[in-house]
Write a protein that binds this ligand. Structure first.
Ligand code: ZN
Length: 253
């Protein structure tokens, strides 16, 4: 829901709460053990809430730990059952039913109703045949028909509220530490969001004391990013909460 006041009705003037000049949502994809081991304590120590996109294959043996994550106020979203990324060859309806809808049914049975938000595995939206716009439109239509309200990619600059409202199934994001365990890309992205009054989405995968695999973020870099958020005029909230704030209904149960 939009905040009251004329500024809230102007798409490029971000109506962020508390006088913040930008918004940021933190995503942790794949349902990894390192998320509740390292990310959640770092977030909780700083009073920050995040979005955890769960892949059932990775987390079904750790339901107790994930229930604690939800109980701490973090958002649980859908990152499919098996994390397939070869979508052009998939039968679209069957893929969405088995990978997304069945995963949502399972997540709801484990955690109660969870956010109807998908993080696209591998960031890909090329479901079925045809050009990219047709593929994304097909995917989004199937998600919408299944009760989803939004889906997050892994690319693109910080968004204006108006852009996010108009393209809820093509939400921009970046994984700033995927290629290198460096702080600078995340800081540049956050500073761009502040300069333009926009919504930044930062995506993380594995975390740990050292960078054990491609895509991992060290705890030191991750915590430095969280500290950078706290020292900037940025409202940090889970994706569903930001969507609700900018007027995309139904994102939060
Ligand atoms: Zn993933």
């Amino acid at each position: 829901m939009l905040s009251a006041g004329p500024a809230a009705r102007t798409a490029e003037v971000a109506p962020w709460p508390g006088g913040a000049r930008a918004a940021v949502s933190l995503s942790y994809d794949d349902g990894l053990t390192s998320h509740y081991q390292y990310a959640v304590p770092a977030l909780d120590a700083r009073g920050l809430k995040a979005s955890f996109f769960l892949t059932l294959d990775n987390m079904q043996d750790r339901v107790t730990e994930w229930r604690a994550v939800a109980a701490a106020g973090h958002e649980l979203g859908n990152h499919t059952t098996h994390h397939y990324c070869g979508l052009p060859a998939a039968h679209a309806e069957t893929f969405v039913r088995r990978e997304v809808v069945d995963a949502q049914t399972r997540l709801d049975s484990l955690f109660g109703r969870t956010a109807r938000i998908l993080a696209y595995p591998c960031g890909v939206t090329d479901l079925g045949p045809g050009p990219p716009n047709d593929q994304l439109h097909r995917y989004a239509a199937l998600l919408r028909a299944a009760g989803f309200v939004a889906a997050r990619t892994s690319d693109g600059p910080p968004m204006s509220p108006g852009y996010a409202r108009a393209h809820p199934f093509d939400l921009n994001a970046t994984a700033p530490t995927y290629e290198t365990d460096s702080l600078s890309e995340a800081l540049d992205y956050l500073d761009l969001a502040v300069a333009r009054g926009r919504w930044a989405n930062l995506v993380f995968h594995g975390l740990g004391p050292t960078r054990a695999a491609s895509g991992d973020t060290t705890n030191a870099t991750h915590e430095a990013i969280l500290d950078a958020i706290r020292t900037r005029p940025i409202w940090c909230a889970p994706i569903g909460e930001v969507l609700g704030h900018i007027g995309v209904a139904g994102a939060v149960s």
